[in-house]
Design a protein around this ligand. Structure first.
Ligand code: ZN
Length: 54
């Protein structure tokens, strides 16, 4: 199963592990949504992960 998190801006992060997707999302937020970067934590992102079939 692939892990996926969809950002409200249309960006989708995908990875093979929770930690991989979390790192992608946090990097995306820091780059594209710097106003949110301080308030979104790895635990927040973990709750947004969807499992999608490979
Ligand atoms: Zn975004």
């Amino acid at each position: 199963m692939t892990r996926q998190v969809r950002c409200e801006c249309g960006y989708t992060a995908r990875g093979r592990s929770d930690d991989e997707v979390i790192a992608l999302v946090l990097a995306h937020v820091a780059a594209e949504h710097p106003d949110l970067a301080g308030s979104e934590t790895a635990d927040d992102v973990r709750h947004w992960i969807e499992l999608v079939p490979d």
